[in-house]
Design a protein around this ligand. Structure first.
Ligand code: SF4
Length: 425
């Protein structure tokens, strides 16, 4: 009888891809279970990005150890970013853990717990709904954003070759994936290590030749040295979503300089305008940080006014978190927790109004909707302008629609972050 193994994935879509690859290789010798409370082996794929995720992950590990102590789990392995960030501390804190593996666990762990381990190219056991999947095109980062611990966790850029990525994409297409979501710490620097030049445009062109994909979506782009040659490819390829995710973090030139972003306010605005001019109707998603050390009321107001004027299609805001090991950690955290919370709330209220205004303009439009799930009498889907899990949804009153199906839908009503639609016969 094969032993049972469960992989718990904490953190971001990059972790999801790693877990899917791990599950695909373990599937040859283990019975895969999704129940972490009843398994022989539990593998916890961790996140170590922020202090808050460190605390959450350590709590998860403690709960798992309790299950092991009452015999519900035989062995626990902790892998991924938290281990790469705090291995020594974790090893001392959790002596009951059977093995710690850093972000290179895909090479090391299978060899430890499998009889016959052969490296697998491209095979994945999907954790996402079967109609969409993430494609991790590179890992690591060489930018030095002052607030970010990722370069210390993940190391230098490490791009997969175009050939390997096309092979993996074709494997996903054969599994029935229709939406392919490109991810990395920074997708725009794709290939700079392997090919000594940015190759994102070539990769997008190769992937868009795989006709099974209806939407190819680009996430985690970085503004500095943005490869504008991709804009024409996004505009002209029918199966590339008119959507771009580009965290900007702030707009004040002084704060951007202190963050080590290497872009000024003017350069950022010029790039955003160029994206909108070159790709009509493109949806731009971004994220900002409020409360970075030294952020004055005036600099915050500059950010607020910019958001009001530019009107992003999708937006998230985070409070600055002082992270050990980052350049900004030595700056005294001058903005109080209350002020950070107030600034975050103020920006999200502003965005709520912008989003409602934009959504109301869509009433009467017919749009292509991909259904993610059908719950009771409702189908929940997305437009090409929405990434799964983080962006808006379209709600359709119907029992007949199928998850993974594309439907023409007329927008009949709008809310701040949702659209209401009716299937067009
Ligand atoms: S681009 Fe900046 S924020 Fe993003 S992973 Fe790299 S260092 Fe961190």
């Amino acid at each position: 009888m094969n032993k049972k193994v469960c992989v718990s994935t904490l953190g971001c879509p990059k972790n999801i891809v790693d877990s899917e690859k791990l599950l695909a290789t373990l599937n040859y010798e283990y019975e895969i279970t999704e129940n972490p409370n009843q398994t022989d082996y539990l593998i916890i794929n961790t996140c170590g990005f922020l202090q808050s995720s460190v605390a959450e992950n350590e709590d998860y590990i403690s709960q798992a150890i309790k299950l092991k102590q009452i015999g519900k789990i035989e062995k626990i392995f902790v892998v991924g970013c938290l281990v790469s960030r705090n291995r020594a501390e974790l090893t001392k804190k959790f002596p009951d853990i059977d093995g710690f593996f850093g972000t290179d666990f895909l090479d090391k762990l299978p060899a430890k717990i499998k009889q016959n381990h052969n490296e697998l190219y491209g095979e994945r056991k999907l954790l996402t709904p079967s109609h969409y999947a993430y494609l991790k095109i590179s890992d690591g980062c060489e930018h030095n954003c002052a607030f970010c611990a990722i370069p210390a966790i993940k190391g230098k850029f490490n791009s997969l070759s175009i050939e390997k990525l096309v092979e993996e994409a074709k494997y996903l297409a054969a599994l029935g994936v229709k939406e392919l979501i490109l991810i990395a710490q920074d997708t725009t620097s794709y290939g700079i290590d392997l090919y000594k030049e940015q190759k994102l445009n070539e990769l997008l062109q190769e992937l868009s030749r795989i006709e099974q994909f209806k939407w190819i979506r680009l996430m985690y782009t970085y503004p500095r040295k943005f490869p504008t040659n991709i804009l024409n490819t996004i505009k002209t390829a029918d199966n590339i979503a008119k959507y771009i995710d580009m965290p900007i973090q702030h707009i004040s030139t002084n704060i951007l300089r202190k963050m080590g972003r290497g872009m000024s306010k003017e350069e950022t605005i010029n790039l955003l305008r160029a994206i909108r001019q070159n790709v009509p109707n493109i949806a731009i998603r971004t994220t900002f940080i409020v409360g970075f050390p030294g952020e004055t009321e005036k600099e915050f107001a500059e950010l607020r006014d910019f958001i009001e004027e530019f009107e992003f299609d999708r937006m998230g805001v985070f409070e600055y978190s002082a992270e050990i090991g980052t350049a900004a950690y030595k700056y005294s955290d001058t903005v109080s927790k209350d002020i950070k919370a107030q600034r975050l709330e103020e920006l999200m209220l502003l965005q709520q109004n912008i989003s409602l205004k934009k959504n109301r303009k869509l009433i009467g439009n017919e749009m292509q909707i991909l259904i993610d799930e059908v719950k009771d009498a409702f189908a929940i889907g997305r437009t090409q302008y929405d990434a799964p899990e983080i962006d808006q949804q379209v709600i359709i009153k119907s029992k007949k629609l199928i998850a993974g199906g594309f439907y023409n839908v007329k927008i009949v009503d709008a809310r701040e972050y949702d659209l209401i639609g009716k299937v067009v016969k």
